[in-house]
Design a protein around this ligand. Structure first.
Ligand code: NAD
Length: 264
């Protein structure tokens, strides 16, 4: 792969699984030194580190165990990243969780957790990374939002609120830093084939007593005119593009990658 990110460093949150891991592998493949973060079984984290090492220069990336629901841990993770990487040129805010329930039954603690991890963690990480990016006159911030950052769906009140917040935050950061060499953009994927989405398919199938392929077609993919999953590699390629050298004027955007969902 072309080494468009040679010499760059990157923090990708929630990169032990799914989209975050795909992005970490993609950035490492383009020459960036990456720091991972996220939960998982030791063997899964080891496999993630190996995948990034194999895509990159062979060196296993550092893994931060920070729990992003806790602001102090987000801030500490960014200090840790500067220690490990020397500096942070690229920040990909990707960690996220989901919970579904009608508003009237939505548990308060699930609301708090989703807002903390999917929205507030992005703010704390961005605030921490900006001074270094400003000093160097270059930075790339990519927020993994969602089609649910642009439109709503029933039973996803916290997720939809958080992702709309991420799109708003992206615009403000882009505007404040528009003349600085720092860009900030959001990617808004539709349903991507990852553990987070597969759990939803399994839950719908169980609740409705239908096979998982039927639950997938009748529910998730019903929203997506392409009628297929978005693949992790598609999101990772868009993230790589946004982090590259040719996108200095691309800032404040919420880029849909959703098989036509929000166009419909
Ligand atoms: P995933 O469950 O495969 O991965 C989520 C990652 O976040 C994991 O590494 C997990 O350990 C980490 N994480 C969760 N809570 C954390 C915490 N408190 N602190 C640190 N790390 C934490 O999910 P995914 O589908 O890859 O989702 C990644 C992002 O993409 C999320 O922000 C999600 O909202 C967004 N997204 C996903 C889809 C989809 O269909 N899968 C669609 C649109 C947007």
């Amino acid at each position: 792969m072309e080494q468009t990110l040679a010499g760059r460093t990157a923090v990708v949150t929630g990169s032990t699984s799914g989209i975050g891991l795909g992005i970490a592998v993609m950035l490492a493949g383009a020459g960036a030194r990456v720091m991972l973060n996220g939960f998982g079984k030791p063997e899964d984290i080891a496999a993630a580190r190996l995948a990034v090492a194999e895509a990159g220069d062979g060196a296993e990336p550092h893994h931060s165990t920070a729990d992003l629901s806790k602001p102090a841990e987000v801030r500490a993770m960014m200090v840790e990243a500067e220690g490990v990487l020397g500096q942070v040129d690229i920040l990909v805010n990707n960690a996220g969780i989901q919970f579904t329930s009608p508003v009237k039954d939505f548990p308060e603690e699930k609301w708090d957790a989703i807002i903390a991890i999917n929205l507030s963690a992005n703010f704390h990480a961005i605030k921490a990374v900006l001074p270094g990016m400003q000093a160097r006159g270059w930075g790339r911030i990519v927020n993994i939002a969602s089609a649910h950052g642009l439109v709503g769906s029933p039973e996803k009140v916290a997720y939809v609120a958080a992702k709309h917040g991420v799109v708003g935050m992206t615009k403000v950061v882009a505007l404040e830093w528009a003349q600085s060499g720092i860009t900030c953009n959001a990617i808004c994927p539709g349903f991507v084939r990852t553990p987070l989405a597969e759990v939803q398919v399994a839950a719908i199938a169980k609740a409705k007593g239908v096979p998982e392929d039927v639950a997938l077609k009748d529910n998730l993919l019903a929203k997506q005119p392409s009628k297929r999953w978005v693949e992790v590699s598609e999101v990772a390629r868009m993230a790589l593009y946004l982090c590259g050298p040719d996108t200095g004027s691309l800032t404040g955007a919420a880029l849909s990658l959703d098989g036509g969902w929000v166009a419909s």
